[in-house]
Design a protein around this ligand. Structure first.
Ligand code: KG4
Ligand code: ZN
Length: 360
């Protein structure tokens, strides 16, 4: 199929990163001309999590700064842009609104088409941007706010095979770090602490392995770590560095085992030729190695985009928006910001969602 070259401006503001990017999509692939991510970590640090009101205000203040920087870095004038793609959900509503309002202003002012993009579709389509994988493929999204398996068969064709019924795994890593006095974000800290630990010392559960299918749960695992810590404190008045290493190693091994087994099932169920992962938790060496091994055993190709494109960014939104644009999708000034927006509307709603915002 021949395609004209498109230049897309992407905007993302659904959680705690204000991002803008310019993407050029040609016939055979896309090139990221710029990708600006203004993190809000420092603003939320004192609160131990993302505060929605603070996030919304910071997005409203910074989104036009991010857009201007993305255009300047790309060396592209607004007149050269073909369409504006913006995250319209799911996420923290105040932040999503700030991005949607900005995109509407630019689209109306410059007379450009507007495309509302599902944030999860942005993540889920990233392996096509980075590795040009063909349809269909199996996608595992694992971050602080997301955890689900999807079969991706087109820019607007997602089948959800399963997901977490409570916490996202990154959220569990962050909570375990907090329980053990390690700084945030907890994932990398727990991984480092686990290096010198014995994963077999504490008998931690492997939640939902006894239940058929691909749903996951991480809340009970976090509670088990809390109990084990409290038992140590009750016994000897505190925990040693070795205790902490053993708890981290045990917790990480449990998350790894659960993700590996559910991925095995998802691959067996779908026979997908590619397993792709995205999200901060995919940065974990032990988890990554286990998923790679599972893919290999099924004869599937393992694709893990570079971390900067695995975590929240606007290049993925521009890319998903461009793919939808080619399908003929256009939104207008009635485009609404949505706190919840499941990718697969045919699947039943999940019971829980990440505490960082309703991620459907
Ligand atoms: O995708 P991401 O940057 O942001 C969203 O959640 O949207 O993911 C961040 C999450 C945090 O919970 C962080 O602790 C976790 O990913 N994470 C990790 C590692 N690096 C980041 N978890 C486990 N091991 C890691 N090495
Ligand atoms: Zn995300």
């Amino acid at each position: 199929m021949m395609h004209e070259t498109l230049t897309i401006l992407g905007i993302e503001s659904s959680c705690d990163d204000t991002a803008a990017a310019v993407l050029r999509m040609g016939a055979t692939g896309a090139e990221i001309l710029s990708s600006v991510v203004l993190g809000q970590g420092a603003l939320h640090a004192a609160y131990g999590g993302v505060v929605p009101e603070i996030a919304a205000r910071a997005h409203a203040e910074k989104v036009d700064v991010a857009v201007r920087a993305a255009l300047v870095q790309a060396g592209v004038a607004l007149a050269q842009v073909d369409a504006v793609a913006v995250t319209a959900g799911p996420g923290l509503i105040g932040g999503v609104l700030a991005g949607v309002m900005c995109a509407k202003g630019i689209a109306a002012g410059a007379g450009l088409p507007l495309i509302g993009v599902n944030h999860l579709a942005g993540h889920a389509l990233t392996p096509r941007l980075t590795d040009r994988v063909g349809w269909p493929y199996l996608m595992l999204l694992v971050s602080g706010g997301h955890c689900q398996f999807l079969t991706v068969a087109g820019p607007d064709s997602f089948t959800r095979l399963g997901g977490t019924i409570d916490d996202a795994p990154g959220e569990a890593f962050d909570k375990v770090a907090r329980l053990l006095g390690l700084p945030q974000p907890g994932g990398p800290e727990v991984e480092r602490a686990a290096e010198g630990g014995d994963p077999a010392r504490f008998r931690l559960p492997r939640p939902l392995l006894d239940r058929a299918g691909c749903d996951l749960s991480f809340s009970g695992l976090k509670t088990a770590v809390l109990r084990a810590r409290d038992a140590l404190i009750a016994e000897k008045g505190g925990i040693t560095r070795q205790d902490r290493a053993d708890l981290c190693a045990g917790f990480q091994a449990a998350v790894r085992d659960v993700l590996a087994e559910k991925t095995r099932r998802a691959l067996a169920q779908t026979g997908a030729p590619v397993l792709a992962v995205a999200g901060g938790v995919a940065a974990n060496g032990a988890i990554r190695a286990a998923l790679n091994e599972v893919a290999e055993a099924h004869g599937a190709r393992f694709v893990a985009p570079p971390l900067a494109l695995c975590t929240d960014n606007a290049a993925m939104i521009a890319h998903a928006g461009g793919a939808l644009f080619r399908l003929g999708r256009r939104d207008d000034m009635t485009l609404a910001a949505r706190a919840r927006w499941p990718l697969d509307t045919a699947s039943p709603a999940m019971l829980g969602h990440g505490k960082r915002g309703a991620k459907a």
